[in-house]
Design a binder for this molecule. Structure first.
Ligand SMILES: C[S@@+](CC[C@H](N)C(=O)[O-])C[C@H]1O[C@@H](n2cnc3c(N)ncnc32)[C@H](O)[C@@H]1O
Ligand code: SF4
Ligand code: SF4
Length: 341
């Protein structure tokens, strides 16, 4: 059986920032908005699929002209609402609306203006912290805030700074992800991290964990096995784009759409042919990935994330996390050997 745990809904492609790596090519001249009536129908039709929470993203979701209505309808279905925002407009939204949001994830690419503004644009850091200060001053609980940093070759040395800022604001969670090759990032070839830089980041994040044990640190995810093929009973977190196209998760786009909410109900989409075929293709990666035949993990590894592989040119390629997967396995084997001696 296939269920849906949460929805990730991109309500606009418009944005007031112009991050040079933006995977959705968002900018101020874009002008698409998912209508509140369409979102309402999506929420209603997803009821029977097991949904518990809804992430509102974009573009910059706070630019949606019906943002207040959208935030108001989500709790009516008993879904938890999380807002994913660049934070610069937080001080301009009515606090009666803000307080209805279950959690707010704010993207900050470093713990100070110099680092953050390299990727998010000149002056953005000061506007983000002004937004945070404003909602905290109005009584928003800092434990309902999370920070999110996208790590590039330009900012990876400074991940520790974000730990400091998160501790200062007493937020509950900091998430990190490595830049992936989508949208404007395709032009930013000097921003991708090499294996050693990725390794460095993971070591730094362990230090943040030790220094600030009260904060949950979510390192860049790398999986052995795509959740879409973990048995017959799977639970999805589908992405819905601003045109209503649905994808099996946030990492898929374009040709990998599995349906459209303007034409189908969610239950029909998750039980449809397109998701079935995508899952077959992902199962097939085990047998068709040329890089894997000579790898010592070949029998054990379930070939990582097909979405990242697709961004990099071919779903039958690797997800560029093989080095980290191998050192993790070597560390594991070393610790086993140590245990025996
Ligand atoms: C597309 S934005 C939309 C929400 C909001 N505008 C924001 O920036 O948080 C959602 C998240 O995707 C991240 N992101 C954008 N482009 C990316 C890329 N090429 N690789 C990895 N993460 C990316 C952003 O940094 C942000 O944390
Ligand atoms: S990452 Fe977010 S803030 Fe940056 S351009 Fe894209 S949508 Fe806007
Ligand atoms: S670690 Fe990479 S190369 Fe090795 S089996 Fe897994 S996907 Fe293939």
């Amino acid at each position: 059986m296939i269920t849906v745990d949460s929805l990730y809904v991109e309500i606009t492609d418009k944005c007031n920032l112009h991050c040079y790596y933006c995977c959705r090519n968002c900018e101020s001249k874009n002008n698409h908005f998912l209508d509140v009536a369409v979102i309402d129908r999506l929420l209603l039709s997803s009821k029977g699929c097991g949904v518990k929470s809804v992430d509102i993203s974009g573009g910059e979701p706070l630019l949606h002209p019906q943002i207040n209505e959208i935030i108001n309808i989500i709790p009516k279905y008993n879904y938890r609402c999380t807002l994913l925002t660049n934070g610069v407009l937080l001080s301009e939204i009515d606090f009666d609306i803000i307080k209805k949001i279950g959690g707010i994830q704010i993207s900050i690419d470093g713990g100070n203006a110099v680092t953050n503004d390299k990727t998010r644009g000149q002056g953005s850091f000061n506007r983000i912290v002004a937004g945070i200060d404003c909602i905290l001053a109005n009584g928003y609980d800092s434990k309902r805030l999370a920070f999110k940093m996208t790590i590039t070759a330009q900012n990876y040395l400074e991940v520790g700074q974000l730990g400091k800022l998160a501790s200062f604001y007493n937020v509950s969670n900091i998430g990190f992800s490595f830049i992936y090759n989508e949208g404007r990032a395709k032009e930013a070839t000097d921003s991708f991290l090499n294996d050693e830089q990725k390794e460095y980041v993971l070591e730094e994040l362990k230090k943040i964990n030790l220094e600030y044990p009260q904060i949950m640190v979510s390192p860049p995810g790398f999986t052995d096995e795509c959740p879409l093929i973990k048995g017959d009973n799977i639970s999805l977190s589908p992405r819905v784009d601003v045109h209503g196209n649905v994808y099996a998760c946030q990492m898929f786009e374009d040709n990998f759409s599995i349906g459209n909410i303007n034409k189908q109900d969610m239950i029909e989409i998750i039980n449809g042919d397109k998701l079935f075929s995508l899952r077959q293709l992902i199962y097939g990666r085990r047998y068709y990935m040329p890089e894997c035949s000579a790898c010592f993990l070949s029998k054990k590894c379930n070939r990582g994330c097909p979405g990242v592989a697709a961004h990099s040119g071919c779903i039958l390629g690797t997800d560029e996390m093989c080095h980290l997967r191998k050192i993790r396995q070597i560390d594991y084997m070393k610790s086993k050997l140590k245990g025996r001696t």
